[in-house]
Design a protein around this ligand. Structure first.
Ligand code: FES
Length: 264
């Protein structure tokens, strides 16, 4: 869910009828996990600071208005949380529907097939249909067609960036969860990645405008690839050879020993 809190002050709350006691500063998402409840998520991880961008982890909290993101909401004493109400299930399904409506549906031939959090979460929220197909010939329809029948990015989008010797970056599959940007900053301290643009046009960018990964400040540490929940950032060896039966988890491109670091 989200990083553990180190506080010695303990807080007790109730999640879906289960009482749980966690350190002060713990997120509602992590407290839910402590109670055995996995709240759907896309932008949160166990090691990166919570960002609250994907809106998949919304919950209801008694006495509070709205549906806050559980990854960015800290617990308070006596809090009563509902993670499975009809309201939040409906919101999550709607959010997932929007993500999938703007995502190539080439799952069977995608290098991340079977190891894709977007795919997992679509199943977890019960998404079976996507209603959003724009009128034929419209900009969104072209967008949808181009990216769902062939798996290729819409021509208006940046093409795949193959410049890095170890991994590729495919903007068409990016859900802008910011995990790669945060991994680059928090794990590597490099600040090579940023989010350019706003709304529908927002996208991950390596360095200043026009830079590809090879010509950016990227040091090929691989933290961003480990953090990516889709096939947006994908190791070239996985694309070419398939998923290995055994693998070493490392963020260092220069050494195969494996330091056991994992961004997720
Ligand atoms: Fe909480 Fe994305 S996991 S907003």
């Amino acid at each position: 869910g989200t990083p553990a809190s180190k506080s010695d002050v303990m807080i007790t709350l109730v999640v879906d009828g289960i009482e749980v006691t966690v350190p002060e500063g713990t997120s509602v998402m992590r407290a839910s996990a402590e109670a055995g409840i996995q709240v759907p998520k896309l932008c949160a991880t166990d090691s990166l600071e919570a960002f609250g961008s994907c809106r998949l982890c919304v919950v209801e909290i008694e006495g509070r208005r709205g549906t806050p993101a559980s990854c960015t909401t800290p617990v308070t004493d006596g809090m009563v949380v509902h993670t499975q109400s009809n309201k939040v299930r409906k919101i999550r399904k709607g959010v997932m529907e929007l993500y999938i409506s703007d995502h190539p549906l080439d799952c069977l031939t995608c290098a991340a097939n079977g190891d894709c959090e977007l795919q997992d979460m679509a199943g977890a929220v019960g998404l079976r249909d996507v209603r959003y197909e724009a009128p034929e010939g419209g900009a969104l329809a072209n967008h949808f067609e181009a990216r769902n029948t062939s798996g290729e990015a819409n021509p208006e989008w940046l093409p795949k960036d193959d410049s890095n010797p170890y991994f590729t970056y495919d903007p068409a599959k990016c859900i802008v969860c910011n995990r790669c940007v945060r991994a680059c900053e928090e794990v590597q301290g490099t600040f090579a990645l940023t989010i350019d643009g706003r709304g529908f046009d927002s996208r991950v960018s390596a360095g200043s405008f026009g830079d590809d990964f090879l010509n950016s400040d990227c040091v090929s540490c691989g933290a961003c690839v480990q953090a990516c929940p889709t096939a947006t950032l994908q190791e070239k060896s996985v694309i070419e050879l398939g998923t290995p039966e055994r693998s070493v988890v490392t963020t260092c491109a220069y050494c195969g020993v494996g330091c056991s670091f994992k961004a997720e």
